[in-house]
Structures are given as C-alpha cells and as structure tokens.
Design a protein around this ligand. Structure first.
Ligand code: ASP
Length: 310
C-alpha cells in the first residue's frame, strides 16, 4: 500500500501575532483539525484523493473562520462571489467555478463540473444554472454574513482599494482554503476555494479557480493548492511552475516548491504560500508571509497543525 497523506491550508498572509488570542488560535486549529481528520479518515478507508480533498475543503467552507463558502468576504457591492477548483492528478480531469453566489459548497460544484459536465470552467450565471440543475444547496445572504468581514468591507467600501482578508492593516486572519492529498493507490488531487478579496469589483477573479495558477494536480509530479495575492499567482502560473520544475529540471517536491515561493514569486513581489504533495505522499508547505494556516497528516504517523513560522 502506498503511503497516504493529506495537507490543508486556510490562507497565508501577514497574520499579526500580537492580535491573535489563545482562544482564536485554538478555534482555528480546531477547524483545521476537523477538516484534516475528515480527509484523512476517507483516505484511511480507501477513499480517493479527489474525494478526500473535496471533503476536507467542504469542512473549511462551512466554517465562518475562513474566506471560502460561509466565511467569504464582501465584494464592492456587498455580495459574496466565490471561486473554486479541483483537479485529479490521475486523469488530469479538472473542474472550476467562478463568480458564483449563494452556493454553500463551491468546491463540490467544481467537482460536479469535473465529473458531470463536458467542461472545465463555468462562471457566473451559467455556473449558477448548472448548480441548480445539479441540486446544489443555495443559501440566503444572511448565511454568509459575518460582522468582522462586514467591518473590513466598510473600511474600504467606496474606495478603489481591495485587499486580502488577511492583509497587514486589518484585524483579520482569514483566508482562502485548500487541500492536497495522496491516496492508498498513489493518486494525488488538489482543491482550492475562496471568496477572493474584500471589496473586489469588475468581476475580479483570482488564481484559486485557475488551473495551473492556484491549483494543479498531475500524478507525474505533484498536487498543489495556493494562497496569496492572486494577481501575482496568476502571472507566475505558480502551481504549474512547481510541477514544471519537477518534471523538466528533476527537482524534488520540496526544492521546486521552495524555489517558486521563496524566489520566483518574490521576484515579482508576490506574497503567499502553497501546500504540495507528491505520489510518494511527501508533503511540503512553504510560504513567504508571516504565517499560513496549515495542517498535514500522513500514514507514516507524522502530523502537524501550525499558523506561524515555528
Ligand atoms: N488567492 C486568493 C485570491 O487572490 C486569495 C487568498 O489566497 O486568500 O483570490
């Protein structure tokens, strides 16, 4: 049996340590633990990497602590527009949705696009039609309301500014969520889900639903889920870049991921991080920010949950 493992993230950013209370830290860690366990149990019971990343991300989407699903940030018009994508490293099948509103679990919508349509990427009204046709749960606005997020939006509403929900000036540490997994058969998958950036407008879409930028999986190399300033991750084609360094330069998972996060993306001023797994079940989780909510568990017995760089 192959070593199986899972890693998850809840966003990278400048998480101001002084503003983190032990209670809040505990709440984040418990949410990460719950998502990690859900995915790990599935793998332990022989489930596929695709099902494991979907299950783990659903738990994070259902938590108000993270900027995805229920905890999605406010757009410039006071709504919540969500993006998500998923990729199966065995088949290279992929599914993505963007600019969807009210969807309780955008990651599962992306999975349905992958498994039940002829397409890869659906957006806006069309994606909503697809969601209704496939009986996805659609919630009222109130479900997505969060006082802190609302305050963040009020501070920059009516300006041209937009920001990561975990940027330095704001008292918030929420983030995009993601999972990568390697199952007992040695197949890998990646999933990423986000509410994007506070006060975003003009139909802004980040890297999270873009295959190759914020999310990628290929059994030849690795499965990757990214978090950070999406504009830079799109330009750096970050997730695919890690896979390319492994495939064409024969770099290890760790070296390739580190090269992209600590060198290449920094050269274009990109801030953020990623989680990655290969078909041996090895995991790496580099970030160039003060912290990244992250957790991992492997059938070798290794397990970790961390926020800061310690
Ligand atoms: N990458 C996401 C975006 O730009 C944001 C995040 O990682 O928190 O939409």
């Amino acid at each position: 049996m192959n070593t199986f493992s899972i890693a998850i993230h809840g966003g990278a950013g400048t998480l101001i340590k002084g503003r983190m209370t032990p209670e809040k830290e505990q709440a984040y860690k418990s949410a990460l633990q719950a998502a990690l366990e859900e995915g790990y149990q599935l793998l332990e019971n022989g489930g596929s990497a695709v099902d494991a990343v979907d299950a783990a991300v659903r738990i994070l989407e259902d938590s108000p602590l993270f900027n995805a699903g229920k905890g999605s940030v406010f757009t410039a018009t006071g709504s919540h527009e969500m993006d998500a994508s998923i990729m199966d490293g065995k088949t290279l099948n992929a599914g993505a949705v963007s600019l969807v509103t009210g969807i309780k679990n955008p990651i599962t919508l992306a999975k349905d696009v992958m498994e039940k349509s002829e397409h890869v990427f659906l957006a806006g009204a069309g994606a909503m039609d697809f969601a209704r046709a496939h009986k996805h749960t659609i919630e009222e606005d109130a479900y997505f309301h969060d006082d802190l997020r609302h305050r963040q939006w009020q501070e920059i509403k009516n300006t041209d500014g937009f920001q990561l929900d975990h940027s330095v000036k704001k008292d918030s540490k929420f983030g995009t969520v993601g999972a990568v997994a390697c199952d007992q058969s040695g197949n890998i998958a990646a999933a990423t889900s986000t509410g994007g950036m506070t006060n975003k407008k003009f139909g802004r879409i980040g890297d999270s639903p873009m295959i190759g930028a914020g999310n990628y999986a290929n059994n030849k190399t690795c499965a990757i889920s990214c978090t950070g300033s999406g504009e830079f991750f799109i330009r750096g084609v970050v997730a695919y870049d890690v896979a390319c360094l492994m495939e064409h330069k024969e770099m290890s998972l760790e070296a390739a991921a580190s090269e992209v996060i600590h060198k290449r993306i920094l050269e274009i001023n990109g801030d953020g991080g990623l989680i990655a797994v290969n078909t041996k079940g090895e995991i790496t989780m580099p970030f160039n920010t003060e912290g990244m909510y992250r957790a991992s568990k492997s059938s070798t017995g290794e397990q970790m949950i961390a926020i800061y760089n310690d």
